[in-house]
Design a protein around this ligand. Structure first.
Ligand code: ARG
Length: 477
């Protein structure tokens, strides 16, 4: 049985045939292709196009092929171009001429669009579980290091002290939005193209809604031209993947820096570190570097797909075959990156003392000091200036802000062009209040708002994420 050739007098040129072949890539879709075919066969029988016996023979044959594919024993034939033709020809070889009825009312165009949506749906479900695993690792580390403080950085300069748990939960927030983006992409993709045929819609009275329901789609697509030519769902998922990779890359970047002895904040486990073939001293955070590098690859794949789509007219064009290598690769890279980072994060050793020592360095409590001065009834801009003079005094004296002297405080207040500040300068209890505010604990406690780093706020967020993760992973089981 051949899929075409009736109107041809010449066989295919070997170079052209090789050029068009996609079997090495699209065999990834085999199980989805068989799932789609089984639903299509049932639809054909309901439409009176197959007898019950024919339907049963076709379904049994297709199920047998699924078993062969799953067992790894399916004899893929590169001569047969793609996954669809391989499976159809194998079906003919197993069950005979009735296999020729399978492709009634169907084109590879609506077939591949269906396969890809089914594939995406199940692959995204797997990725969702992996993202949850990484969230679990981050939340677990946040719980283990609940009291650990660190300097928060902006512009890669010491900014304000924060809890390490707060910093880790920032990534959990990003990952939650990433999950939402995948779910959103899948929600839009979850429509059945079957029945669209090659471009115009099938010529048989197939109940498309019933076939869609059987495949777990939310309904049939509503325009056959769009259905065979739409790859928005591929690009949306790729965009979700690229953004997730960008988030993972940021985390990886921090793991790399924090591992450097100049920081010395964390130590990745041996199992997630590599040595050097030349330098016996080396301990490299390679997996994190590779995540960062592979993020570049996925971002490139997203832009490649946008370029692929932008020039082609509506409906199916063969260019669309080129969607699969980047999509499959990107989601596999994401899956692997999520796994390796989950492993790395859950086995990280944190040096809480070094982090704590760094937390107060660089006058990171200056904002808390300024806020405390505002509490003395002084306008913020004036308070900012006073705190800045205190930073300068501490810098000259080689101390941190909680080491400023009574004289430094009096002088900084007296220098302010503000009557209230000048009046305060003589308050003997003032320096004590300033120094208390200038501690890391004092600075953290001040940020007592929803989403702030005050310990009680972080504890509430952490508990919320733990409860959510317990519920979500429980539901997934
Ligand atoms: N291998 C093709 C793809 O991935 C399947 C559809 C081919 N259709 C066609 N008319 N040549 O897009």
């Amino acid at each position: 049985m051949k899929a075409w050739g009736g109107r041809f007098t010449e066989g295919p040129d070997p170079v052209a045939a090789e050029f068009g072949r996609s079997i090495e890539v699209d065999r990834e879709l085999a199980l989805d292709d068989l799932t789609g075919s089984i639903a299509h066969v049932r639809g054909l029988e309901r439409a009176g196009l197959l007898s019950v016996a024919e339907r049963d023979a076709l379904v049994a044959g297709l199920e047998g092929l699924a078993t062969e594919v799953e067992g790894g024993g399916f004899p893929w034939d590169p001569e047969l171009e793609d996954v669809h033709l391989n499976l159809e020809m194998a079906l003919a070889a197993r069950i005979g001429p009735v296999a020729g009825k399978l492709h009634t009312g169907r084109s590879r165009n609506d077939q591949v669009a269906t396969d890809l949506r089914l594939w995406l749906r199940r692959t995204a479900a797997g990725l969702d579980a992996r993202i949850l695993d990484l969230e679990g690792a981050l939340v677990g580390l946040a719980r283990r290091e609940e009291g650990t403080v660190m300097p928060g950085h902006t512009h890669i300069q010491p900014a304000q002290p924060v809890l390490l748990a707060h910093h880790l939960l920032a990534y959990v927030e990003m990952l939650e939005r990433d999950r939402g983006r995948f779910a959103d992409a899948v929600r839009r993709a979850n429509r059945s193209p079957l029945g669209s045929g090659a471009i115009a819609g099938t010529g048989y009275p197939i109940d498309r809604a019933a076939v869609a329901a059987e495949l777990g789609f939310d309904g049939p697509t509503h325009n056959s031209i769009d259905a065979v030519g739409d790859r928005d769902f591929v690009i949306e998922s790729m965009a979700a993947a690229a953004l997730t990779m960008a988030h993972l890359s940021r985390l990886a970047e921090e793991i790399v820096w924090w591992t450097h002895p100049a920081f010395g904040w964390i130590r990745p486990a041996d199992a997630f570190s590599t040595g050097s073939s030349m330098m016996p001293n080396k301990r490299n955070p390679d997996p994190a570097e590779l995540v960062r590098g592979r993020a570049a690859r996925v971002i490139g794949q997203l832009t490649g797909l946008l370029a692929l789509l932008k020039g082609i007219p509506a409906s199916y064009q063969r260019d669309l075959q080129e969607d699969k290598p980047p999509l499959f690769d990107a989601l596999a890279v994401l899956d692997a990156s999520l796994r390796v980072l989950a492993g790395m994060v859950s086995t990280l050793r944190v040096d809480g003392e070094r982090m704590a020592a760094a937390a107060g360095r660089g006058f990171t409590t200056a904002t808390a000091v300024a806020d405390t001065i505002v509490g003395e009834g002084i306008p913020f801009r004036v308070a900012h200036g006073i705190a800045g003079r205190l930073v300068a005094a501490a810098e000259r004296a080689g101390t941190e802000l909680d080491g400023v002297t009574d004289a430094d405080v009096a002088e900084a207040f007296r220098a302010a062009e503000d009557p209230a500040a000048r009046e305060r300068a003589d308050d003997p209890a003032l320096p004590g209040r300033i120094r208390a505010a200038a501690t890391v604990a004092g600075a953290l406690a001040r940020c007592d708002v929803v989403g702030g780093t005050a310990p009680a706020r972080v504890a509430a967020e952490l508990a919320g994420h733990e409860a959510r993760l317990a519920e979500e992973t429980g539901r997934a089981r």
